[in-house]
Every structure is written in structure tokens, then in C-alpha cells.
Design a protein around this ligand. Structure first.
Ligand SMILES: Nc1nc2c(ncn2[C@@H]2O[C@H](COP(=O)(O)OP(=O)(O)OP(=O)(O)O)[C@@H](O)[C@H]2O)c(=O)[nH]1
Ligand SMILES: [Mg+2]
Length: 450
């Protein structure tokens, strides 16, 4: 359902990449395009505005990962903000201190409450719980029957109530009693829907809430209704205090804006999504996975993750400072090389960046791990002073270093040349991409490019 948005965002990033260097102007254009793409996907305008502001602020800020190219850096910021907009972490269901935990399922007519109740019961029983369902939709006999049929098909317990139990409160009481007697830890209460939010419905739901003391009030929202779903979620929250949202019909061709703005507007997390009519078409909502799906750039995102894992933020800041203040020593050079090795085989990293211009020719390059080892050995054979100030490394010192590292003077010379080159490059691209531009233009000791 995010196809359109995904296509548009990817085009924005592709254009950015084509620009080579990031400027304030092309960044401005990109942000405008991202905003438009969000609005076209039916994201709430306030949410889109906030999103763009946050991305802008971060992009202009100082937190630059030198291991990423400027465009990759922007992608990272957009990804981070998107995950944040979607709720950051997976929101898990709460449980009561003393079982059974009561979950009320509420929402407008036809949004998918009954279906979701059965789906959730199935999911819970597959995840270590023993739920019991009850329908308190007393207005339509068919509604209770619907849940009974679902329960029977899924072989899941349901409290069907006695003949004389005709009020929601009575049914709920009966269900609790049965849950306690049979040792169920969750009671799922499927409630009646209305076409619109009205006083009668809200009063009934409030009374039920009072009586049942639920730990979760899950609002079921139909993704196909777009902004209306967001609006009613917000109203339900104000009137009843919902604790989470189940977004159904995500398999439809809606534009996805509801999913993207419900959290930001209501402040309540999406907990599950319905992605079809079948009982198993239901899954917990993972902000990071959804953001990934929207951005679509699986390969680039996993590279970014890898770089984030490898480079601590502290180290990054320190490296950044050194570059700016011209303190990038041979020791740092060695550390960078070691980091590069930690990233894994260079081939796989190159493979993740199919469209990276300067690196294209290097795709078939052989990576010589031994070369990195040799380079590290050379730097290790230097004295602390030499590493700190490469200018003092004269002929005699070069011979000593070559001997100490089991290499030749020629190799030591090469390394010093590469280091000087790298310093120059890094300075001119300060804040730019170590793995991007620099790697592309530098002759690194990896057996390629020469
Ligand atoms: N495609 C799709 N259809 C769904 C999904 N969830 C529910 N439906 C369908 O939506 C319709 C309404 O679902 P119900 O569960 O009966 O909705 P409800 O909120 O209980 O409706 P009322 O009880 O009348 O208020 C049914 O035809 C379901 O099969 C979903 O995730 N995807
Ligand atoms: Mg129903």
C-alpha cells in the first residue's frame, strides 16, 4: 500500500545522489518533494510539516557520520524520523497485574472489530496466552453469532452467555467469571459499532470501561478510510482514552497516510495491523520494518545500519573534530582501516550500493585483506611520535619501520603517500562520505584501483 510513496521517495533520493554534492538548495528541493509525497499519501498535513522540520534540522546539524556519503546521511535521517513518527519501538500489549487482563475492542461500524478480535485471540494463543472472547454487541444477534462461528472455526474459547444475559454488562460479568474458573489470562471484549460517534455509544463504552477496568482499549481503524480513521481515533481517544490502535485493511489500496499519522495525531501507538480477511492476516506493528518498507532501499538501509553498528557516535564525533582541526594522525588512519575491515568483506559493502557512482568500476575488484593487515603492521611499527607527526619520518626511520613490519621501504612510502592523500581528501570533504567519495578516488591498499 505504500508503493506510490515509496516510488516518490526513492526518486527524490536518486535525484539527490545525482547532484554529487549536497547544497542548501538541492536539499530544499528534496525536502519539498518529500513533503508533497507525504501529503499525496494522505499523511496529516501537520504531521508532514513536523516531519520535514525535523529532517531539516537534523540535516543541517552537526551529527554527521563520516562513514556515510551526504545522500546516505539524508536517507538515514529520513529513516530515523519515519521510525519516530511511526512510534519508534514496537508497542507491546499490556497485561494486568492480576489476570485476567481485559482488552476492549472498540471502533466504528464495519471497521473490523469482530474479525480483529478473533485474529487477536488466535495470535495470543499462539504466543503463550489463553484468551477467551466475548461479544457484547447485543443489538444485532448476527454479530454475536459471527464471533461464535469464528471461534468455532479457530477452535478458540468463547463465552456465549446465557439466554437471560441480554445486556453488555451482564455478558461481560459472565465472561469474567468463566475466565477465572477456566484459568484464562486474557478476556477479549468485542463491542458494538456505530456509523458515527454518538452519545449513546460513548456512554455505553464508558460504562463498560468502568465495569471491566480494561488494561487495553484497542481502537480498530479501517485504513481504507484514510484521514477519517485518524479523526475518529482521535475522538475515541479524547472520549474514552484508548491505549492502542489496530489498523485493518492495510492490504487494500489505500494510500497509507492513516498508518503514518495515527500515532502522531493521537499519541497512541499502532499495535497490530490487519492485512487480509483470513485469521492469520494479522501481525504486530513494527515501526522500523514499516519505515524500511516505505523507503524501499533495503540495501542502502542495511549498509547504514552496519555503519552505525561499527562506528560509535563518540568515535565519529572525535574523528570529525580531528579532521576539522587537522589532527588526523597515522594512528587514526590505521584505526579507520581496521574499522573498514570490521564492516566485512568490501565486496558485500559495494554490492549494497549499486548506484554509487565512483565505486561502480570497483565492483569486480578483489579485496586483499592481507593488504590491510600489512598496512596496520606498518603503522604499528612506528613510534608514538611518528604516528602523531608523519613529517618526521625520514629515510632512516622508513628503513626501520619497514624492517619492523616485515615490509619494504617502498611499501612504507606508499602508505605515507596514501595517508597524505587521504588527509587531503578528508579535509576537502569534511563531513562527506568516507566510504563514498573518498574510497572511490583514493588508492586504498586493497589491491584494487591500481
Ligand atoms: N481485506 C481486509 N478485510 C478485512 C480486514 N479486517 C476486516 N475485514 C473485513 O471487513 C468487514 C467487516 O469486518 P467486521 O469484523 O465484521 O467489522 P466490525 O467492526 O465488527 O463491524 P460491526 O460489528 O458491524 O461494527 C468484513 O468483511 C471483514 O472480512 C482486513 O485486515 N483486510
Ligand atoms: Mg462486529
Amino acid at each position: 500500500m505504500f508503493d506510490n510513496l515509496s516510488d516518490k521517495l526513492q526518486r527524490v533520493f536518486k535525484n539527490l545522489r545525482g547532484e554529487g554534492k549536497l547544497s542548501a538548495e538541492n536539499m530544499e528541493i528534496a525536502l519539498k518533494e518529500i513533503r508533497l509525497a507525504l501529503l499525496e499519501a494522505d499523511v496529516h498535513f501537520k504531521v508532514a510539516k513536523q516531519f520535514i522540520e525535523a529532517v531539516k534540522e537534523k540535516a543541517m546539524g552537526q551529527e554527521v557520520l563520516t562513514a556515510l556519503s551526504p545522500t546516505q546521511h539524508v536517507v538515514k535521517i529520513v529513516r530515523d524520523e519515519m521510525v519516530k513518527m511511526l512510534g519508534q519501538h514496537q508497542a507491546r500489549l499490556r497485561t494486568a497485574n492480576e489476570p485476567p487482563s481485559v482488552y476492549m475492542i472498540v471502533g466504528l461500524q464495519g471497521s473490523g472489530k469482530t474479525t480483529s478480535t478473533a485474529k487477536l485471540a488466535r495470535w495470543l494463543s499462539k504466543n503463550g496466552h489463553s484468551p477467551i472472547m466475548v461479544s457484547v454487541d447485543v443489538y444485532r444477534p448476527a454479530a454475536r453469532k459471527q464471533l461464535s462461528v469464528l471461534a468455532r472455526d479457530l477452535k478458540l474459547p468463547i463465552y456465549e452467555g446465557a439466554q437471560e444475559e441480554t445486556k453488555p454488562a451482564e455478558l461481560a460479568r459472565g465472561a469474567r467469571k468463566e475466565a477465572v474458573q477456566t484459568g484464562r489470562d486474557v478476556i477479549l471484549v468485542d463491542t458494538a459499532g456505530r456509523l458515527h460517534i454518538d452519545e449513546e455509544l460513548m456512554t455505553e463504552l464508558s460504562e463498560l470501561k468502568e465495569q471491566l477496568n480494561p488494561v487495553e482499549i484497542l481502537f480498530v481503524a479501517d485504513a481504507m478510510t484514510g484521514q477519517d480513521a485518524v479523526k475518529s481515533a482521535d475522538e475515541f481517544h479524547k472520549r474514552l482514552g484508548i491505549t492502542g490502535v489496530i489498523l485493518t485493511k492495510m492490504d487494500g489500496d489505500a494510500r497509507g497516510g492513516a498508518a503514518l499519522s495515527i500515532r502522531a495525531v493521537t499519541g497512541q501507538p499502532l499495535k497490530f495491523v490487519g492485512i487480509g480477511e483470513k485469521p492469520d492476516a494479522f501481525e504486530p506493528f513494527h515501526p522500523d520494518r514499516v519505515a524500511q518498507r516505505i523507503l524501499g532501499m533495503g540495501d542502502m538501509l542495511s549498509l547504514i545500519e552496519k555503519v552505525e553498528e561499527t562506528y560509535g557516535q563518540k568515535e565519529q564525533e572525535e574523528m570529525q573534530r580531528k579532521l576539522i582541526e587537522d589532527e588526523f594522525t597515522l594512528g587514526d588512519f590505521r584505526d579507520q582501516m581496521k574499522q573498514l575491515r570490521k564492516l566485512g568483506p568490501l565486496e558485500s559493502i559495494l554490492g549494497m550500493m549499486p548506484q554509487l557512482g565512483p565505486l561502480k568500476d570497483l565492483k569486480n575488484a578483489k579485496i586483499d585483506e592481507k593488504e590491510i593487515t600489512r598496512l596496520v603492521a606498518i603503522v604499528d611499527s612506528m613510534t608514538e611520535r611518528e604516528r602523531f607527526n608523519h613529517m618526521i619520518i625520514n629515510g632512516a626511520r622508513r628503513r626501520r619501520i619497514a624492517k619492523g613490519s616485515g615490509t619494504s621501504v617502498q611499501e612504507v612510502n606508499n602508505l605515507l603517500k596514501q595517508y597524505a592523500q587521504m588527509r587531503k581528501m578528508m579535509k576537502s570533504f569534511s563531513g562527506g562520505g568516507f566510504l563514498g567519495k573518498k574510497l572511490g578516488k583514493l588508492k586504498l591498499p586493497m589491491g584494487f584501483g591500481s
